[in-house]
Design a protein around this ligand. Structure first.
Ligand SMILES: Nc1ncnc2c1ncn2[C@@H]1O[C@H](COP(=O)(O)OP(=O)(O)O)[C@@H](O)[C@H]1O
Ligand SMILES: [Mg+2]
Length: 223
């Protein structure tokens, strides 16, 4: 048996996630479920698109220094993906427990920038999809809504999603987003400007943060 099941760890609207071992390696199995309220053909298409997006982005992120799951097994017919288990607790639980490692938010910003520097927009940067481990670096999971982009707006929106979640769900962490931004900006200072991707030049960290400010203003005035 390739897979040894250890039970469910998450049941969301779209997927069930189970913990276990794959050939003895600590792993998780993510099974995307059918949504019966949607036309089966459309459901099939959208589910497969998410599975493919998740795999494509995880592959593109290999070797860039972010902790992400490795894909161990993929079944496109049953929409099932087995991946390595990444260590850490969902950031939502860490913050709700009141833990305040100084570097959490700046590290999160740094990791998001590493992802953006290879042209990937996560698409769902919630505190459920960032795992934190004390003394380590944040891990990113759940890339089913991710895409490859060179558009500054897309990267700005990625950060804005996180900002909205931080202020709505974790308002006690005053200044969290300022620290995310400083971590985000720090990477370009350390590593230089982002490289060109095949689709054209990627925006710099400063350009993305500037756009984030514009998005914030836009949302404030137009809802
Ligand atoms: N590779 C992984 N390693 C460890 N935990 C994981 C992994 N993938 C998912 N999880 C856990 O399962 C939860 C749900 O997985 P996720 O991919 O976010 O599914 P959903 O699309 O339903 O939100 C995550 O918030 C995380 O806590
Ligand atoms: Mg998720």
């Amino acid at each position: 048996m390739l897979w040894k099941d250890e039970g469910r760890i998450h049941l969301g609207a779209e997927a069930e996630v189970r913990a276990g071992f794959w050939l003895g390696i600590p792993a998780v199995k993510k099974i995307r479920m059918k949504r019966t309220w949607r036309h089966p053909d459309l459901d099939h298409l959208l589910t497969r698109r998410r599975l493919d997006a998740e795999c494509r982005s995880l592959r593109r992120l290999v070797g860039c220094g972010i902790r992400i799951p490795s894909i161990l097994q993929l079944d496109r017919n049953t929409f099932t993906m087995v991946m390595s288990k990444v260590d850490g607790e969902p950031l939502i639980d860490v913050l709700r427990a009141g833990i305040s490692d100084d570097e959490i938010f700046s590290e999160v910003g740094r990791v998001i920038r590493i992802m953006h520097r290879v042209g990937i927009v996560h698409g769902d940067l919630s505190t459920n999809n960032i795992l934190w481990q004390h003394g380590g670096t944040p891990a990113l999971v759940d890339l089913g809504l991710s895409r490859v982009s060179t558009e500054v707006e897309q990267f700005g929106i990625d950060l804005h999603v996180l900002e909205e979640i931080l202020s709505a769900s974790h308002p006690e962490y005053d200044g969290a987003m300022t620290m995310v931004e400083s971590g985000y900006l720090s990477l370009d200072i350390d590593e230089g400007p982002a490289e060109d991707s095949s689709g054209g030049p990627l925006p710099s960290a400063a350009q993305v943060i500037k756009r984030l400010q514009d998005i914030r203003t836009r949302v404030r005035y137009h809802g």
